[in-house]
Design a binder for this molecule. Sequence first.
Ligand code: PLP
Length: 301
Amino acid sequence: MDEIFPKGAAWIDGQFVKLSDAKIPILDWGFLRSDATYDVVHVWKGYFFRLDHHIDRFFQSTKKLRMPCKMSRNQLKKILAGCVKNAGLENAYVEMIQTRGVSPNFVRDPRQATPRVIAFAVPFGWILKPEDFEKGLDVLLTDIKRIPPNSVDPTIKNYHWMDLVTGMLNAYEKGHHTALLLDEHNNVTEGPGFNIFCVDQTGIITPKLGVLEGITRKTVFDLSDELGINISKKSISIKKLKTAKELFASSTAGGIMPITKISGKNIGLGKVGDVTRKIHKLYWQKHLDPNWITSVNDILK
Ligand SMILES: *Cc1c(COP(=O)(O)O)cnc(C)c1O
């Protein structure tokens, strides 16, 4: 098969390979049952951003799935950095995955499977391209509900994406950029791969429960503290969402992204707000701060 990406490198079964050569057996529980966890960190100008936070969350997720990762932090870092190096990328999206693996003789007991670790690096991707920043996102508030947290723990980064993908399809078909999902009480949760923030008179609020606790979400808290902006975790109703002064989304895939429309209707004046702008600016400044970044080359030394 030809290259499936213009550039990309992977690590699987103990070795580095071209992305197009990275394959798993179809009997892996990760494929058949979405029984897997993953994490995504990005590399910007040769430096990982908040790498240890992503590795902490990945290790936590594997523990919660009762298949604790056997790899050490340093081993994993070398694999991730190796993928970036082999792909020859300055700006990359780097994914680590652990699947449940394959069970001997197809037995139904997941404990008998041997977990599989995979990693890959591909070019950095954006949910909202920098040139579209001023326009912001138009997000469809879809009628698809997020999987309840007592069914699938959303704090484990997972591939149970049928709700999110259905939301995306609904959004694309109606000409919106992406979708936002509600929970069973009609409070806002999150969208396909991003957390949401609402700015009102009191400051910034973001949903407390029923969401993946994004590293970029955590970063928004750190940046807000530094900027002296009040921020808290609280539920967001539909009314609160639609009457917000500003809305923005956060994700490793693109950072801080203004949302200027919900289902085609303006939020405020339909322009990027001041709070969003400040957080966005400091977010990118932190990509030069030695306390927040790790050189790909240093890991490989
Ligand atoms: C990855 C992800 C996010 C964003 O998390 P970051 O760590 O900031 O990239 C939000 N929601 C879901 C469902 C995700 O999978």
